[in-house]
Ligand binder design. Sequence first.
Ligand code: XMP
Length: 512
Amino acid sequence: RILILDFGSQVTQLIARRLREAGVYCEIWPFDVDPERIAAHGARGFILSGGPASLTEDVSPRAPSFVFDTGVPVLGICYGEQAICAQLGGAVENSDHREFGRAFVDVVADCTLFEGVWQRGARAQVWMSHGDRVTALPTGFQAVAVSSGAPFAAIADDARRIYGVQFHPEVMHTPDGGKLLANFVHRVCGLSNAWTMANFRDTARAAIRAQVGSGRVICGLSGGVDSSVAAALIHEAIGDQLVCIFVDHGLLRAGEADEVIRVFRDRFNIRLVHRDASDIFFAALEGISDPEQKRKTIGRLFIEVFEQEAHKLGGADFLAQGTLYPDVIESVSARGGPSAVIKSHHNVGGLPERMRMKLVEPLRELFKDEVRELGRELGLPETIVGRHPFPGPGLAIRIPGPVDRDKVRILQKADAIYLEAIRAAGLYDAIWQAFVALLPVRSVGVMGDGRTYEFACALRAVTSTDGMTADVYPFDMSFLTRVAGRIVNEVRGINRVTYDITSKPPGTIEWE
Ligand code: XMP
């Protein structure tokens, strides 16, 4: 295993993703974590991430000296390279030649990091983002690559197995970056590529059995990727000791509730309680327009209904949750604190505290793409495993203004047509999230010889990697007009279709 010490770069998680793609398990810890914890962890290699600080300032983050004293290989990236130089006797200075974005490096010497990827004399594209630069190397190091802005674009001490790169190998704009990181973990650290979802499945199954023993587990199932994969994995481990509770708030996409039942109850033989609670949810939502109020109402009711069902079952010893690794990383960059709460996200938040059960969280170590791979490994259908993200409050936040059954029904129909067209055009996987929002606006139209006065809707489709930022998906105009034609012709209640071309920021992905 590899330990990535985080100095607060925005892209530290990408380092972990690349290493895991190379079949090596790794974790991300803050750079200033207790060195004794690091020692006990027994890492076979360290990676020092980039970060926003400057080593030319008096007080700046440093790597624990332990990292350099154990003889375990070290790779420093950007700030990490500078930290290596500053801490081992080299020098770092502020540079007036800053490098941001695409750059080229010339390979001037061979080293283990470059084996089979770059040879001396080669020129390679990389992605840079630095103001400071290394100006003198510690003893034992040599420059192995140079760029116009960084005479020490890559440095190596092959004997001590310490390396540094000024560029970012973890981002896709460094085309050979993944291979360099793979070289570090395989050739330098000597780790095999044993981290696969097939192996994970076996170990996780055993770990769940060991944790749960003969206890009972309940799991809130929503049809989303995370809870679905968690349920399938736990069921494989403990069979009928698991009961899933599916609180159906009536705000799902068309056909989705049926699919959850078909897949989990009929195909996987999982004990599944399906509670149609839509009456309660619609009654509580009546007349509520404020988005946060909608979220709170749905979140509160969700917990209440879930608790009722759990109580009917006679309780359980454990609560299963589909928590993922990005939720548990102690992120250095988040320490400054995100400022305003833009939207309060409800998932099953609040349940564990309320129910005082022990948690089973078998996906805690995984990134989203690994969860999908594990789901495929477990035999879950692609419609669930590859599904776009869907918000907990469901269609309620895609209907600005008050929500009722009729509006939900109209929206479900339009949304189904849109998604079907996206799938048929082979675009589903290229899009991060796509949906229709039903606008609380009526407009005049003409159909046949008659006048219509119905709702407008907005189609939304974005590309993104994590939902934090998003770009509009550039459909062909002909695709959009085809979908618009179908919606207006087939969905009574909608007579006008618009395409939302706002990126995030300044927009958000959802309308509320
Ligand atoms: P926004 O609209 O904030 O959405 O740009 C970013 C991502 O988060 C999802 N989202 C939610 N998910 N509960 C959830 O579980 C919520 O209240 C919620 N609001 C937004 C949204 O679908 C997108 O994927």
